[in-house]
Write a protein that binds this ligand. Structure first.
Ligand code: COA
Length: 145
């Protein structure tokens, strides 16, 4: 079952992320406060997949009125390959489209080949003409596992 994430899901969602070495977590954005802040701003576009009463997958999607962005899509290893990731992406894209968003972006580490294949097959083309740049406004600590 795909449904919107609620604050009560945070612990299970965080445990799921921790089990995904492909993902980079940090002490601010991925803290309970950081994730609940994102959820409060994007309550309709953050989804979890629930299996047997537990969180089996999660995808954070949000928008700023212009672009949609997807972060931290993950499915528990034992539930992968069953279409849960695809269902989460479809739920997010459908809602973002309904909100009037015209384009959705995301970042994948260059060494995450499986992740890149997953996104490519779902219509997320790589932009070879662009380079990602960012400016840190508040120092954060990368969480290593
Ligand atoms: C990427 C990810 C979210 C996909 O979730 P999923 O529920 O396995 O996705 P789906 O079942 O909808 O599709 C997975 C694809 O891999 C294939 N696959 C088959 N068995 C698989 C398995 N055991 N594990 C993963 N993928 C498998 C599926 O057939 C499908 O192929 P397709 O693209 O040709 O349709 C999941 O693998 C994951 O959590 N990866 C680690 C975190 C990550 O890399 N996130 C994305 C980068 S931000």
């Amino acid at each position: 079952m795909i449904r919107n994430m609620t604050p009560e899901d945070y612990d299970e969602v965080y445990a799921l992320w921790r089990s995904c070495p492909e993902m980079e977590l940090n002490n601010l954005d991925d803290s309970r406060q950081g994730v609940l802040r994102f959820l409060a701003r994007n309550p309709e576009t953050v989804f979890v997949a629930e299996e047997e009463g537990r969180v089996a997958g999660v995808l954070l999607a949000g928008s700023d009125g212009r672009r949609g962005y997807i972060y931290h899509a993950g499915v528990r290893p034992e539930f992968r390959g069953r279409g849960i990731g695809t269902a989460l992406v479809e739920a997010a894209l459908e809602k973002l489209r309904a909100l009037g968003i015209t384009k959705v972006g995301l970042l994948v580490f260059r060494n995450n080949d499986a992740g890149s294949r997953f996104w490519e097959a779902r219509g997320f083309a790589a932009r070879e003409d662009l380079a990602y740049r960012s400016c840190v406004l508040r120092e954060m600590t990368r969480i290593q596992f």
